[in-house]
Design a protein around this ligand. Structure first.
Ligand SMILES: Cc1cc2nc3c(=O)[nH]c(=O)nc-3n(C[C@H](O)[C@H](O)[C@H](O)COP(=O)(O)OP(=O)(O)OC[C@H]3O[C@@H](n4cnc5c(N)ncnc54)[C@H](O)[C@@H]3O)c2cc1C
Length: 524
């Protein structure tokens, strides 16, 4: 899977595509897997890198959403619980079970959360991850040694899934390619073309590396641009009313010592009525998230001061040692592509169900939903696309498709476990060139071989691609990622046959990226 190969496939394809997907996040790549595996001729164009948008900035939970149960959205919870089970089955190298403990400080919390979480487990049916249980104070303290002990009565434990969002996405891109899709990153769709009747019949796109413009025609164009859905719709019909109500959420990442065990904390009701999680993730502690309505989606969203303060304050209420700004190793912000409701100004109340909407121009839009439900969303979308594009009817097969890297005992590869069946090839790179076994920085486990692998087989084009989405360095520790950047740039330049000017430009661009993940840049 290399970008030049993908570009040659694109150039050689002069016929009309069955489906062109715009947007390479979870939604778009999910649609590409579904469409290609049904045998439809599929092209996906991503304007930046795969997963550059929301899909690398989630809480990294494969979950049914306990909160939606409280809101009474049982159908969404059941759909998500089923998808959670399918995803663990098809990508065991990237999805794992995680125990979540709801700490109890009031007498009524044991019966209330105990019952609610029992229902949650019953709804998961054969896809259950483990029974929920009321815990004593001692057991809660044993599993969560850093929880605030004062007034603690105990906890309720339940099980959900955890994953690495960007790594799953990169493996999904490989899966789609293996099923016959053509997928290109750094190809931005700049215009939509129409036939004589005014129906969208293709795209104009720009290769962001070479600046070259090209056209591609298709029976159906799927808009999977997440928070940017309305911007793409307006390329076809400038006056369409907005469909998306963007809302951002931030996460703070701390040292592992803030949550040293194997269990996560779930706070079911923060002072603003939301849920918050503190999760052990990749040897660190991840805390989030917020839900802040924003006027407009931007490619580089930034955290607001009040969001940072809110997370620090809430974490401080539950952790014996309250984290401070100085403890924040990384901060990241994602934008939810929530679908608008007529009378709601509160984005946390907006539905997390997905929406499929066909514009008068024939552009097929898919938005909303969750990472967890991407497969089901894709199935629904391709069913609609097949009717719209008069494609031959073919059944969806994605419940049975293993995601690239599938491996049921990937833990044996240590920190390379997330590569699954690709891990031995990366180990082989290290054996052949021992310098590639050296860590890129002391604070993180990543090694040079992962950089080489990312360039050769995962379409990484920039230092940011490697340190944000092929590895998760900047999400874990922005300062350490910056230290690693020099080695990454040198290795990439060697692989891509680029000169010192390219290296310098990459380092300077990455400095700006890393600054956005540290607490220096914040908004109002
Ligand atoms: C803070 C937060 C936490 C979350 N946590 C969870 C969680 O724990 N579990 C869960 O299941 N879900 C979670 N979600 C939801 C989940 O992350 C999103 O539903 C999902 O990632 C949306 O994916 P997407 O593909 O629709 O959008 P994106 O990932 O944003 O993808 C859209 C892509 O379109 C591209 N694009 C835009 N315009 C163009 C163009 N003109 N040409 C080509 N490409 C273009 C963008 O570059 C982008 O890559 C969370 C969301 C947020 C914000």
């Amino acid at each position: 899977m290399t970008r030049p190969e993908m570009l040659s496939l694109l150039d050689a394809h002069t016929a009309e595509w069955d489906i062109i997907v715009v947007g390479g996040g979870a939604t778009g790549v999910g649609v590409a897997i579904d469409a290609a595996s049904r045998g439809y001729d599929t092209l996906l164009l991503e304007g930046s890198d795969f997963g550059k948008g929301t899909s690398s900035r989630s809480t990294k939970l494969v979950h049914g959403g306990v909160r939606y149960l409280e809101q009474g959205n049982v159908s969404l919870v059941m759909e998500a619980l089923r998808e959670r089970g399918i995803l663990r089955q098809n990508a065991p190298h990237l999805v794992s079970d995680l125990a979540f403990i709801v700490p109890r400080y009031d007498w009524w919390e044991a019966p209330f959360y105990g019952l609610g979480l029992k229902i949650y487990n019953i709804l998961s049916g054969k896809y259950g991850f483990g029974p929920s249980k009321v815990l004593s104070r001692e057991e809660t303290l044993r599993r969560l040694p850093t929880i605030h002990p004062e007034g603690l009565r105990g906890g309720v434990v339940y099980y959900d899934g955890q994953f690495d969002d960007a790594r799953l996405l990169i493996n999904m891109v490989a899966t789609a390619a293996e099923k016959g899709a053509t997928l290109v990153n750094y190809c931005r769709v700049t215009a939509l073309t129409k036939d004589r009747d005014g129906f969208v019949n293709g795209v104009v796109a720009r290769d962001e590396e070479s600046g070259r413009e090209f056209m591609a025609t298709s029976k159906v164009v799927v808009n999977a641009t997440g928070p940017f859905t309305d911007a793409l719709r307006r390329l076809a019909e400038p006056s369409v009313p907005a469909m998306i109500s963007p809302s951002q959420g931030i996460h703070l990442v701390f040292h592992r010592s803030f949550l040293p065990g194997k269990s996560a904390i779930m706070v079911p009701r923060t002072s603003d009525g939301r849920v918050m999680f503190a999760i052990p993730w990749r040897g660190h502690t991840l805390v989030g998230t917020t839900d802040t309505a924003i006027p407009e989606a931007t490619p580089e969203p930034f955290p607001r001061e009040e969001e940072i303060d809110f997370i620090l304050k809430t974490a401080g209420e539950y952790l014996a040692k309250a984290p401070s700004r100085g403890d924040v190793l990384s901060v990241f912000t994602g934008i939810r592509p929530l679908v608008r409701a007529a009378n709601s100004s509160n984005t946390s109340a907006l539905s997390r169900d997905h929406t499929i909407h066909i514009d008068e121009s024939g552009l097929l839009n898919i938005a909303g939903g969750k990472w967890t439900t991407y497969r089901n969303m894709a199935e629904d979308c391709v069913n609609h696309a097949a009717i719209l594009g008069k494609l031959p009817e073919r059944e969806c097969v994605t419940t049975r498709i293993n995601i690239h890297g599938f491996h049921s005992q990937a833990q044996k590869f240590g920190h390379l476990s997330f590569y699954g069946s690709d891990a031995p090839a990366i180990q082989e790179l290290m054996r052949r060139e021992p310098a590639l076994a050296q860590p890129l920085t002391a604070a993180l486990p990543y090694v040079g071989a992962e950089v080489v692998w990312a360039v050769r087989y995962e379409m990484a084009r920039t230092v940011e691609d490697v340190l944000c989405r092929r590895t998760r360095a900047v999400f874990l520790n922005a300062k350490a990622a910056l230290e690693a950047a020099l080695k990454v740039a040198a290795l990439m330049a060697r692989e891509l046959e680029r000169g010192p000017d390219w290296e310098l430009a990459q380092l300077s661009a990455f400095q700006n990226v890393a600054a956005r993940f540290s607490l220096k840049i914040t908004g109002s």
